[in-house]
Design a protein around this ligand. Sequence first.
Ligand code: G1P
Length: 290
Amino acid sequence: MTAPIRKAVFPVAGLGTRFLPATRAMPKEMLTVVDKPLIQHVVDEARAGGIEHFIFVTGRNKGVIEDHFDKQIELEQTLKERGKQAELDMLTASLPSPGQTSFTRQQEPLGLGHAVWCARDLVGDEPFALLLPDVLVQSSGKGCLAQLQEEYKRSGGNVIAVEEVPDDATHRYGIADIERGAGASHAVKGMVEKPVPGAAPSNLIIMGRYLLQPEIFGILEGQQRGAGGEIQITDAMITLLASQKFTAVEYEGKSFDCGSKIGFLAANIAFALEREDLRDALLEEIAKLT
Ligand code: G1P
């Protein structure tokens, strides 16, 4: 049996131009879905999926992400003095332990593949998880990364989460071509990054959660620019597929593309509706609007 993967990489260097002016001084990963920044939702999913070390590939103006995952001594002191134990417990529960976070910088915006490559020394020679913080996943049972870890324990190799989208959306994503299995796990035959409309080999997008073997770093080292003139992780995975197994998992849950305004707004509503303290009041407010 393969041991679960312990380290995760979070590429958080993106400029967030689609959310200007909100992101003029604030990283897009700190935009709030209900009452947690996007990045914390994704880190929580990773922790629930067995991750013990969180590696952030940041860029200029992203310092607040590092602060967010640090202990806030003055704040904790004030909460204690005011008897706000619930808030204090919540802060403590979501704080990584000392030494569980690492930060490095992607100095230039050369693409997702390049961002992952920047984490090579921090990951070292072991398999790792990659979670794109623009994508939030809501699932009724286990989180998406936990579901990938289960598949990894069964089949090893590389594992990616995939999800069906309509035909007219495939050109915006990486697409997996699969050999359909009996259940929700399928062998990957091929992949393509942002195929031109009508040319996608399937409707299954590479959704934004990956478990990858460290050999990907050697490939990324020499990776040429691909779609959009950027160094793409999908292109490096295509090379790795020639020598290693990739399994695509149609995970249980629903993803929200929080890199788009509609996806972000929908995520806020969906995540609020699953909260008992907010659901009824929010439904009432929505009813008043329509
Ligand atoms: C990236 C990946 C793509 C994946 C997508 C998921 O694209 O390159 O393969 O399908 O994330 O959101 P981006 O959204 O950075 O253009």
